[in-house]
Design a protein around this ligand. Sequence first.
Ligand SMILES: NC(=O)c1ccc[n+]([C@@H]2O[C@H](COP(=O)([O-])OP(=O)(O)OC[C@H]3O[C@@H](n4cnc5c(N)ncnc54)[C@H](O)[C@@H]3O)[C@@H](O)[C@H]2O)c1
Ligand SMILES: [Zn+2]
Length: 820
Amino acid sequence: MSTISKPEAQKRIAELTATINHHNQLYYQEDHSEISDFEFDQLLEELIKLEEQFPDLRDKNSPTQHVGGTITKEFETVQHETRMLSLGNTYSKEELIAFDERVAKGLGHREYSYFCELKFDGVAISLVYENGELIRAVTRGDGYKGDDVTANVKTIKNIPLYLAGNNIPDKFEVRGEIFLPVKEFEKINAEKDAKGEALLANPRNTASGTLKMQDSGIVAKRRLNCYFYQLLGDEIGVDQHDHAIQLLEKWGFNISPTYKNCTDINSVVEYIESWREERHTLPLDTDGVVLKVNDYGQREELGFTAKIPRWAIAYKYKAESAESELMSVTYQVGRTGAITPVANLSPVLLAGTTVKRASLHNANEIKRLDLHNGDVVFVEKGGEIIPKITAVAVEKRKSDAKPITYITHCPECGTELERKEGEAKHFCPNTSSCPPQVLGRIEHFVHKRAMDIDSMGTERIRALINQGYVEHPADLYELEGEKDHLLGLEINADQYEKSSDGYLFVSLKKALFAITEGISLSAIDQYLAKTETLEQHQKLQQFAAFIEEQNKKVALNTASVHKLLEIIQRLPHDQIEDFLPVSAVLSMFVGNQVSLEELHQISQKKNTVHDIVLAFDFGLVREQEDKIKRLKGNTFQEGVISNMLSGIEASKEQPFEKVLFALGIRNIGENTAQLLARHFKNIHNLQQADTEQLLEINGVGETLVHSIREFFDQKENQANIQRLKDHGLHFEIKEDDLPTVKGNALEGLKVLASGKFEHFKRDEVIEAIAAQGGTYLKSVSKNLDLIIEGADMGPSKKEKAEKLGIKMISENEFLSMITD
Ligand SMILES: NC(=O)c1ccc[n+]([C@@H]2O[C@H](COP(=O)([O-])OP(=O)(O)OC[C@H]3O[C@@H](n4cnc5c(N)ncnc54)[C@H](O)[C@@H]3O)[C@@H](O)[C@H]2O)c1
Ligand SMILES: [Zn+2]
């Protein structure tokens, strides 16, 4: 043990306490972390050790003495009947064995076994059931009392609201971990990315934030899930954990099938090892293994400390770290114009996947790391999905390595970048014609929920933008006239990439395909997959051996590869993993008609091979043309073009509310667009509305008023609306767009609507019921007169309604009732 004087210890304890409290507050209250779990656990461990060394310096409020969370003011506070504890944790096998020795000693060396489960990385929840019905769901809070989040938890599909079966105790409590499946998390982020919104950091924080939302409707959409791991109650009739888990399974609770009973610590270690990599295939994030003494009697003998049980411990997997080389920094322009620097790395294997890139977030991060070209860096994949660079091996830096300098101009459109006071990110201010920003606008416009134009995926839109066909949505309605030029236009899928200096690169795969003969794309794909972790020049060198294996035109193909290698040598150092400079490849095909330097320069201004070739007046023979064709991306074909054009034509029939949403006015979502469309009936009224009139509408606030003003104040927007109008889009409401009809079809009736509806949103059904003289009730009870049954109405609700003999009608029956 290190020697530290008492005053020093006192000072350090105060520091650690403040830091840990700060991170706890962030983690539990704000669903955000500034340091990794490992770093956090190390701080806590240091504090525990100091307090052990100087027991009289241990404050009863120390973070070592209570669980990290607290309750909030937003929910009702509920006292837990049994305290919700934390778990001790360790990252080392030695400590695991030490734990086992304490258990053995505590039990007087009698036989015992461990129940092993994965440690699910989500949010702890306690559910109380009475008479087979879920009556309360409470968060862990400070361990003694938590937040009542019942309404939110009830929206989680596989949490049973009612239990069916025999011998279910009148009252019991079950605990588990609410989580967001990784797939759902990725889906949410993909949607956010498409809208140019900030991405969520990880599934745990997202789950935690979701559970604390005030609107259960939004919670329901997030598709949370839950695994259960503990059963509590006076009359549950089991005295072993494995039996309790089996009971829970029988009663219909969701149990992760990954658990295992282990009779000694060695098989626990085997269990841990068997899941170290395999856990990445599970539907949720896990960060370790929890082992618990299986027998309840033995648990009681071992007891608890202030914060953790002595009969259980969590073994946590340390985030893996790997060494890699920084090849280059490229800059991505988001759909909102935000610039994100990306580190291109030599590929390394990390936590089950090959990593080639790491996010650098912003200029501050590059400064913080003091990144230089060619640096050897450490990458880590923690709770976050995208790997990050944690440090630089400065001692390995070459003496002539240049520091990375941040770009000053947008790599997409050349506009000078801006950075607002107090903001970390740089922005491209050219919202109207910077290609990724235009892309964001067009993608939003054609979206299913907006103008609903088919056959216009991201790549196709990008192609149309990059090649100057589309800048504003109104341009779409003029594509018909360009029909002939569209045929054969290159769709530059993922095969191109721009280097930090703006040079055009093409994928290695396409390049190898184009320079060789008789070797298929899929064979090249397989070769690249096999050599994934090699450095790029090794991939190229070993490709010669692969050519021999393929045994097709060996001499010719080998010569081509050598020539390519030689040409690449002559170009500047900039590298992008798995991409090659287009100029290098093209120069192999066009012979001496133009110099490599000239080609390279032009590739800085162009976005596709097609564009570059068009820039010269080459005299090419058939064979050369064929080679160039092999290098190009997919092109627009007849069928796609006609689908696209008829989709564009059909979109003219979209109602005003969809058009309004499609315009992409900031802060006008789908619902707001609908609200405004129905209220103002046409775009003219909306534009003329003064602040007061706008604020009168329920759901419209200052921010929205500002966005509306800002939008209409721009002349360009006015002009574009006019163009869209000229093309026949609807800028006023048609009366039959309105579903709410006044009448007395439900006079005096108590009505509930349940499930999903085709023609109504949640509050619209309620509105429609009220408009017909009915009273809306929230739950199924014998007071109800009528239930309108939507799709996917909860089975337990339905069963209860049937039992009570309440009349149920379908959405269509309801529609004809109110329109008669
Ligand atoms: N990065 C940060 O800033 C920061 C800040 C605070 C806390 N943290 C992290 O939060 C955790 C500490 O919080 P804690 O006190 O909740 O401890 P813990 O999360 O390590 O352990 C207790 C919790 O584990 C959960 N759990 C998951 N699977 C389980 C299973 N199979 N059986 C039993 N329980 C299971 C339960 O919700 C239980 O409440 C640590 O992982 C710590 O690194 C990080
Ligand atoms: Zn730009």
